[in-house]
Design a protein around this ligand. Sequence first.
Ligand code: ZN
Length: 237
Amino acid sequence: MKITVWNEFYHEKVHEDVKELYPDGMHAVIAKFLEEAGNEVRTATLDDPECGLTEEVLDDTDVLFWWGHCKHGAVPDEIVERIYTRVLDGMGLVVLHSGHASKIFRKLCGTHSGKLKWRESGDKQILWVVEQGHPITEGIDEKIILEHEETYGEHFLIPAPDELIFISWFSGGEVFRSGCVFKRGRGKIFYFQPGHETFPTYYNPEVQKVLVNAANYVCTPKKSYNYGFCESVLEEK
Ligand code: ZN
């Protein structure tokens, strides 16, 4: 499987605590464990030409991972459209943490904003598996415990997921739909909530297992489909 891990790669350059945790960027850590699982992995960041997501790169990508936070607006619409079309044709997409507010996730979710409640107080998080036996939870017991994470809480403004895999509890009392699958066209999207930049979440072996499983799950054979409508009716007059 060919995977591209995209990261806006901003916090790791400007915040000392994040730099210390992820000296080569979160994308490097994520790419490493995906590679160790037997995948062919490349990385791409916001500062690369065309965000590192050229037509050629996307044509050669089975699954795209996405981590973004404060630079969502800097991703050109043209690139978002490029990813959107590929997902409808079957490219898998794994959206991480604050990627809930990315242009591509919101576009794929439709009119929903992806807004949620949040609080940065290092709460303990328990991700409860609500879909036992699902390929994404293979090798995971009934829960994953993270000693510290950013709190994300309901209500999460998303359409009802096609599959709900994890629900989280935070020590402050919030609950959150932390693992959701959406199906769009031929494509599958997995949203996975933990992964705040100041916590070592992507070094956690169980989180890594979930993400390796997720890549396998959202990977489907790609095929362009002629939807048969006239493009001009969609253009603004
Ligand atoms: Zn965060």
